[in-house]
Write a new protein. Structure first.
Length: 370
């Protein structure tokens, strides 16, 4: 009976797939020639949208804690679904944006599939199918081990001190126990994430997995999973040409004092806005982030689309401040591009938007200005 199962199973799955009526987010496996085409498309998209932080060859850590995507242990153990979800929905609360159109980002489902196909081309070993691995552990015992071995990098509550925030609901909604276990067992070669298989017993590792699983707020994890299965409606954002680019267009220009001829402290920008001074604020992140939280009056000028604004910006010396969350990479690229195009009165918001919000300075959200 057992020997027959391998025959029956694919047939069963094929029938199941045919009877599926509703369109789902699961894509068909592309044919070889399609795969090569997708890979080339993905390479271009990756270079434009992702290399800024994850590095041209996926080496990671070009901005903040952007992980190494060419990492072999990661590529072996991350499922297609996991990778797609990370790109489409991002990791709210971190510099990793939601890139899908459903969230107001620039990438279609096919483009996300293309990028994933390109990332997979870096894998030199067979995939490890870990998602069905059963992990049974005791979170209380895991907590103690976690405090000793993990918290200095990942934070006491998984908030991410200087490594991935493990308690992030969007991560926990898509990471299987097997994926987490694999990361802890084998580590991530070439990064600071060590392999713990020689330091901890298998049961201890499962205890830690159980604890990591328990760190996420269950409601937020459920919401993130629901969001992924039922992507929101793409919000309409007006074209840049129809937006008001200049804040306080009739007032005196803001006066900004720069550090290293490049960076302006958030407190200065806030002060000039309170004084009602004239300024242009460019949000250098994908529009999905602009929709979620921005400085009032800022317009979305993603770092990979700077040309869209060059011809629209007034050349009357109005100071231009770009910001992002990372906190300098994307905004730095925008300011470099502006300066190459002759805009000299430009600056990078030094601490980034997260600091701005944490200070309690005003923020706005939604598709309508400000
Ligand atoms: C502004 C910098 C930035 C850009 C641009 C960016 N990322 Fe990220 N990405 C990050 C950071 C930071 C994280 C880690 C977030 C965290 O702490 O959980 C991350 C996490 C990820 C992860 C999750 C990895 C894991 O195992 O948890 C994937 C996959 C990913 N990024 C892919 C991409 C792709 C593909 C693109 C381009 C479409 C992209 N990223 C663009 C900064 C960036
Ligand atoms: C010295 C710092 C450090 C320590 C200690 C550490 N980690 Fe990590 N960990 C990292 C870094 C950095 C990454 C991301 C590596 C990459 O893929 O670029 C990571 C990745 C991970 C991931 C994968 C997350 C993802 O989104 O792909 C898991 C799970 C994880 N660590 C769990 C643990 C656990 C549990 C412990 C303790 C047993 C631990 N780590 C100890 C630095 C550390």
């Amino acid at each position: 009976m057992r020997a027959r199962l391998p025959w029956i199973l694919p047939l069963f799955l094929a029938l199941g797939a045919c009877s599926e009526e509703e369109p789902t987010r699961r894509e068909r496996v592309p044919l070889t020639e399609d795969r090569e085409r997708l890979e080339r498309l993905g390479e271009g998209l990756y270079r434009t949208h992702c290399a800024l932080c994850h590095g041209r060859d996926g080496e990671g850590y070009q901005a903040d804690e952007a992980p190494m995507l060419a990492n072999q242990e990661w590529l072996r153990s991350a499922s297609d679904e996991f990778i797609t979800a990370a790109i489409a929905n991002g990791r709210p609360g971190t510099p990793m944006s939601a890139w899908s159109r459903a969230h107001g980002g620039p990438l279609s489902d096919v483009q996300i599939l293309a990028i994933r196909t390109y990332l997979r081309s870096w894998l030199r070993f067979p995939r490890a199918n870990v998602d069905d691995t059963r992990v049974e552990g005791d979170p209380a015992r895991g907590h103690i081990l976690y405090a000793v071995h993990c918290s200095r990098c990942h934070g006491a509550r998984g908030e991410g001190v200087d490594a991935v925030a493990l308690a992030n609901p969007a991560l926990l909604a898509t990471a299987s126990d097997g994926f987490l276990q694999y990361a802890i067992l084998h580590g991530r070669s070439g990064t600071r994430m060590l392999a713990f298989r020689d330091q901890l017993e298998p049961q201890q590792i499962d205890d830690v997995v159980a604890y990591v699983r328990s760190m996420g707020d269950p409601d937020a994890v459920a919401r993130a999973a629901h969001d992924h299965d039922h992507p929101p409606r793409p919000p309409e954002i007006a074209p840049l040409a129809e937006m008001q680019l200049v804040v306080n267009p009739d007032a005196q220009p803001a006066r900004l004092t720069l550090r290293d001829e490049r960076f302006v402290p958030a407190a200065h920008v806030r002060r000039e806005l309170e004084r009602g001074r004239r300024i242009i604020l460019l949000d250098a992140r994908p529009p999905s982030d602009w929709l979620t939280r921005r400085i009032p009056g800022a317009v979305p000028v993603p770092f990979y689309e700077l040309e869209s604004v060059i011809s629209l910006l007034p050349r009357d010396g109005t100071p231009v401040v770009a910001y992002c969350a990372c906190p300098h990479a994307a905004s730095g690229q925008v300011v470099d591009g502006l300066r190459r195009n002759g805009f000299t009165n430009t600056a990078v918001l030094d601490e980034g938007i997260d600091h701005w919000a944490n200070e309690g300075y005003p923020v706005a959200s939604g598709p309508a200005q400000p």
